[in-house]
Design a protein around this ligand. Structure first.
Ligand SMILES: Nc1ncnc2c1ncn2[C@@H]1O[C@H](COP(=O)(O)OP(=O)(O)OP(=O)(O)O)[C@@H](O)[C@H]1O
Length: 294
């Protein structure tokens, strides 16, 4: 059984279809990134998965519990960790008091271990917290009862690059222990480092669900080559050259063809320098799906 199964999930706010017949499944033990620009409908999906809002049509099952079945969902909640977009807290409580309260509700056996990795100032009042500190406190509470599934709304917003990397390492280790992670983001490059698959939502509709490695493999490589004599794409005469641009002896292109053919064509030139890299994942998506964000 999948960890999350979304079937025809639809949510209308008046005339706005925030979620429009969404269908996708998240397997146990995977990290799934839910991506889309602002207002695409990510939080709306998450609120329905957590049972905070009921679908207009369709449904979803979370660890087997139908989100329309309050009793089933209530029982399942102990096995779910949740990080909302905005943490709700009483402004006068300290981080420690907040965690005590959360631990009393759902358990907190991994609290100390998590506080070694994520370091909010526990004795300060949460209203004095920076965005990043609030986010770290939220991450600790989402994982401290050792849930099977964790659902997070933009967990990396506000984290500095080092903490973000620590968070990615932590998520991968959790995945390797069999946990399922579903989280939203609007920055594709950020999730590329950690997600197994990504789903892209735009204007309430699911544009695609992709395996990240496969997508990057299809997206080819970014080639920069500096030759003594200027190059043109036609000179090379190789299939799979996209977005060719050259200035003087410096040519750049995305390559999705056969490397033997490319190297045979290049072997006939004097090469001053060459670089072959993974392209930015943003470029790969633009190439396949166009559009503005994501
Ligand atoms: N309670 C509500 N009442 C009316 N419209 C809403 C409500 N909540 C969300 N919407 C609308 O539904 C659409 C999807 O919003 P949602 O918050 O799910 O997007 P999002 O992808 O999470 O965006 P962001 O990245 O900005 O958080 C938007 O057009 C938004 O204005």
């Amino acid at each position: 059984m999948a960890a999350i199964e979304v079937e025809g999930l639809t949510k209308a706010y008046g005339d706005t279809l925030a979620n429009d017949h969404l269908d996708f499944a998240i397997e146990r033990g995977e990290i799934f990134g839910y991506l889309g620009p602002n207002g695409a409908g990510k939080s709306t999906t998450i609120r329905q998965l957590m049972g905070f809002q009921s679908p207009t049509a369709g449904t979803a099952r979370v660890l087997g519990a139908d989100v329309r079945d309050e009793a089933a969902l209530r029982e399942t909640r102990a096995r779910i960790g949740f990080l909302p977009g905005e943490l709700a807290f009483t402004p006068s409580v300290t981080g420690d008091e907040f965690l005590d309260y959360q631990a009393a509700l759902k358990g907190g056996e991994r609290r100390d271990e998590l506080l070694d990795l994520f370091t909010p100032p526990l004795d300060r009042k949460i209203r004095e917290y920076s965005t990043g500190n609030k986010q770290m406190l939220g991450i600790v509470q989402a994982f401290m009862h050792d849930p099977d599934l964790v659902v997070m709304d933009e967990p990396t917003s506000g984290l500095d690059p080092l903490k973000q990397e620590a968070f990615n390492r932590f998520l991968r280790a959790e995945r390797d222990r069999g946990k399922t992670v579903f989280f939203s983001s609007h920055v594709l490059g950020e999730v590329r480092r950690v997600c197994d698959r990504v789903g892209i939502i735009r204007e309430g509709r699911l544009v695609t669900v992709e395996d990240v490695e496969e997508l990057l493999a299809r997206g080819g490589k970014r080639v920069r080559v500096h030759t003594e004599a200027p190059l043109t794409a036609a000179d090379l005469g190789v299939d799979g050259i996209v977005d060719f641009a050259a200035e003087g002896g410096e040519a750049q292109f995305t390559f999705t063809g056969d490397y033997d053919a490319l190297f045979a064509a290049l072997a006939a030139r004097r090469i001053v320098d060459i670089e072959i890299d993974e392209p930015p994942i943003e470029d790969v998506f633009m190439h396949f799906y166009g559009g503005d964000d994501a």
